[in-house]
Design a protein. Structure first.
Ligand SMILES: C[S@@+](CC[C@H](N)C(=O)[O-])C[C@H]1O[C@@H](n2cnc3c(N)ncnc32)[C@H](O)[C@@H]1O
Length: 263
C-alpha cells in the first residue's frame, strides 16, 4: 500500500522542506555553516523542497534531476524563488558537457539525500561530484543502508503485503523478482526495485568508496529511526545506539538511515 507522499506531490514537497530545515541543514551546518552567497547543489532534487531552507538563508541553489516530471513540479512549487534567481532547477545529467562546463569548481555544498542508493557505478559518480566542489567544499549524503528492513524500497509497492514485509529484498533476485510479480506490482516498479538491488550500498562500502576518492568523513550520524519517518509514519526520530554503530555489517540491519558530510 503506497504512502500518501508517493501519490501526493505537495505532501512530499512539504516533508522535504521540513526535514531539510529540521535535520539536513542542522547536520551540514555542524561542519559548514550556510551563509549568504554560497552555492549549493542538490543532485536528485526531486520536487526541490530540500533546497528551500538553503535558499532562505541566502545561498544560490541548483537542483538537478533525471526525472523531468519532478523538475516541472519543483519549478511550480518554488516558482517565486526561481523567478527571483535564487534557485535553478535543471533536467540534466551531471555528466553532460554543459553541466560540467558551467559548474566545475562552483559549489560550496553538494547534497545527495536518498539518491546515492539509486546510482550505478557509485565510485565513478562520487569522484565526478568532487570536480564540482570549490576548495574546502563539502558533500552531504543521506541514504538507507541496503540491509535495513526496507532497504529495497519495497514500501513503494502498491500491494499491502509487498510494501509491509521487511528484509525480503535481500532474497536472491530469482526469488525476489517473482515475488514482486506475484504481488501484481507494475513492471516499472519492479524494474526500479531491481535497479536498487543492483546498486545496493552498505555503510562499509560507502565509507570505503569515500576514502578511495580521497575524501575524509567530517561528520556522521546513524539513525535507528530515520528522521523522514516522522512524516511518513508519525515516529519519533532516534539516533542509533552507539554500541550498534560499532559492529560492522550487523549495524546495517538495524540502521534505517545514515547521514554523512565528507570533504
Ligand atoms: C528518492 S528521490 C529523493 C528526492 C529528494 N532528494 C528527497 O530527499 O526527497 C531520488 C531522486 O534522485 C533522482 N536521481 C536518481 N539518480 C540520479 C542521477 N544520477 N542524477 C540526478 N538525479 C538522480 C531520481 O530521479 C529521484 O528524483
Amino acid at each position: 500500500m503506497a504512502l500518501k507522499q508517493h501519490t501526493d506531490h505537495k505532501v512530499r514537497f512539504d516533508q522535504q522542506v521540513d526535514n531539510s530545515l529540521s535535520y539536513v541543514m542542522p547536520f551540514i551546518e555542524q561542519t559548514k555553516p550556510i551563509t549568504k552567497g554560497m552555492n549549493v547543489l542538490e543532485v536528485g532534487t526531486g520536487e526541490g523542497g530540500v533546497l528551500k531552507p538553503f535558499a532562505d538563508k541566502g545561498a544560490f541553489c541548483v537542483g538537478v534531476d533525471l526525472n523531468e516530471d519532478r523538475i516541472v513540479l519543483a519549478n511550480e512549487f518554488l516558482e517565486e524563488y526561481v523567478t527571483a534567481g535564487k534557485i535553478e532547477f535543471l533536467f540534466e545529467n551531471i555528466y553532460d558537457a554543459p553541466f560540467v562546463k558551467r559548474f566545475t569548481g562552483f559549489f560550496d555544498v553538494i547534497m545527495l539525500k536518498d539518491v546515492i542508493e539509486h546510482v550505478p557505478e557509485q565510485e565513478k559518480f562520487i569522484a565526478h561530484l568532487i570536480t564540482f566542489l570549490k576548495p574546502g567544499g563539502q558533500i552531504f549524503f543521506g541514504f538507507p543502508p541496503w540491509y535495513m528492513p526496507f532497504g529495497g524500497h519495497q514500501q513503494v509497492c502498491r500491494t499491502k503485503w509487498a510494501s509491509k514485509i521487511p528484509y525480503y529484498h535481500i532474497l536472491p533476485t530469482f526469488i525476489y523478482k517473482p515475488l514482486l510479480k506475484m504481488a501484481g506490482e507494475h513492471p516499472f516498479v519492479i524494474r526500479e526495485l531491481l535497479e536498487i538491488k543492483d546498486t545496493q550500498i552498505t555503510i562499509e562500502r560507502f565509507e570505503r568508496i569515500v576514502k578511495k576518492c580521497g575524501l575524509k568523513i567530517l561528520k556522521k550520524e546513524h539513525y535507528l529511526i530515520n528522521p523522514i519517518y516522522k512524516y511518513k509514519f508519525g515516529l519519533k526520530p532516534r539516533v542509533q545506539f552507539a554500541p550498534i554503530t560499532w559492529i560492522p555489517f550487523f549495524r546495517n540491519f538495524l540502521t534505517t538511515c545514515v547521514y554523512y558530510t565528507v570533504g
